[in-house]
Design a protein around this ligand. Structure first.
Ligand SMILES: *[C@@H]1O[C@H](CO)[C@@H](O)[C@H](O)[C@H]1NC(C)=O
Ligand SMILES: *[C@@H]1O[C@H](CO)[C@@H](O)[C@H](O)[C@H]1NC(C)=O
Ligand SMILES: *[C@@H]1O[C@H](CO)[C@@H](O)[C@H](O)[C@H]1NC(C)=O
Ligand SMILES: *[C@@H]1O[C@H](CO)[C@@H](O)[C@H](O)[C@H]1NC(C)=O
Ligand SMILES: *[C@@H]1O[C@H](CO)[C@@H](O)[C@H](O)[C@H]1NC(C)=O
Length: 311
């Protein structure tokens, strides 16, 4: 709690300058503005500690995205580490207004009970592509560590489309053939939201306005699926966790064609929807997509000073 209060103090002293009220020479100091609910206010009566020695802690690590990038796999694999306490659900605190207005006490109440020395992690893939989120996260904790897991942007669009397709199928909504959303007048449809979510450089620029590059670790989602251990060792290093995750934590399930996890002898595989087949897409449309992403990808590589093996 002490560290936490200290964090709050720091927050107060580091607040970015609010757009100032107009001042005129000779003005008396302005009287305090009417009290507005401050989403960042936390106080001692915010419940967090439990008599059994565990407590709820704000996340020091957030998996910010990307949607369909492998965030579930990443948080499950991270949970293999004994020093990590992961939130079960996607919290959507910083991106959903109705949640954000409830303030940090609510956010804290969504966190798992953990030991004081454990690190709390939450994942909400929509954070990465929401323009208002970086500042809000920064105001909570400018030293938070961010994990971003990305896949080939073309693959990601298809995967995004597939998820929406199955959601609509379940809800008996009208299904849209992929060509009809991807193309407009024969060209790539820039208004397609799933396409925009794959323009990683645009979103990354928003985050880099608030966080230095060395606060953001990019996980290669394609690699994580093919061979999880090396990616997870890098994540451990970035988070300065004691090296713990090892080869015996993973085994290949031939039926699934994926790695599954072994946690203290318990075996578990990711949910089946994680490996759904993509729609067949006309190769000429795929070509258009690959070509379209070439330049955005290059810009992203430049931003992060690293390249990825994307088509
Ligand atoms: C302290 O936070 C709790 C929520 O955890 C809230 O109900 C209470 O009104 C707050 N008290 C003050 C004095 O702000
Ligand atoms: C401690 O209490 C919390 C809150 O009730 C509970 O979720 C957690 O499982 C308990 N932990 C232990 C080790 O008893
Ligand atoms: C794509 O997303 C970025 C970042 O949120 C936004 O600035 C831009 O307007 C979007 N472009 C389109 C065509 O929707
Ligand atoms: C891997 O980690 C487990 C505990 O998570 C440990 O029991 C085992 O000895 C480790 N294996 C190797 C080869 O280090
Ligand atoms: C491997 O995957 C298949 C198909 O999903 C599943 O039925 C089976 O239980 C898995 N086996 C192991 C050892 O994880």
């Amino acid at each position: 709690m002490a560290a936490f209060l200290l964090g709050l103090l720091l927050f107060v002293t580091q607040s970015p300058p609010v757009p100032s009220r107009p001042t005129h020479p000779g003005d008396v100091p302005p009287s305090p503005a009417p009290v507005q609910p401050d989403p960042f206010a936390l106080n001692d009566s915010s419940p967090s500690a439990h008599p059994n020695g565990t407590l709820q802690q704000l996340p020091a690590v957030i998996i910010i995205g990307v949607r369909k990038g492998g965030t579930r796999a990443l948080i499950e694999m991270l949970s293999l580490h004994s020093a990590v306490a992961a939130a079960q659900n996607e919290v959507h605190f910083f991106d959903w207004e109705s949640h954000f207005q409830r303030g940090l006490p609510w956010y804290l109440s969504q966190m798992p009970f953990s030991l004081p020395e454990q690190t709390t992690v939450e994942k909400t893939p929509a954070y990465f592509t929401s323009a208002k989120v970086p500042e809000r996260v920064w105001r909570m904790n400018p030293d938070v560590k961010l994990l971003l897991i990305l896949r080939d942007p073309t693959e990601r669009v298809l995967s995004d489309y597939t998820q929406v397709y199955y959601n609509r199928l379940q809800k008996h909504k009208r299904l849209q053939p992929i060509e009809s959303v991807l193309l407009k007048d024969g060209e790539i449809n820039l208004d397609y939201r799933a396409l925009n979510r794959s323009l990683y450089h645009l979103h990354m620029e928003n985050w880099l306005r608030y966080f230095p590059l060395d606060s953001i670790h990019v996980v290669d989602g394609d690699q994580l699926i093919r061979d999880p251990l090396p990616e997870m060792k890098q994540v451990e290093r970035f988070l300065e966790l004691e090296p713990q995750i090892n080869a015996s934590n993973f085994y290949f399930n031939k039926t699934k064609g994926f790695y599954c996890l072994r946690d203290h002898g318990r075996e578990r595989c990711l949910h089946d929807s994680k490996g759904r087949a993509h729609p067949l897409v006309d190769p000429s449309i795929l070509q258009k997509l690959f070509r379209y992403f070439h330049e955005p990808n290059r810009k992203f590589f430049e931003l992060v000073g690293r390249t990825f093996n994307w088509s």
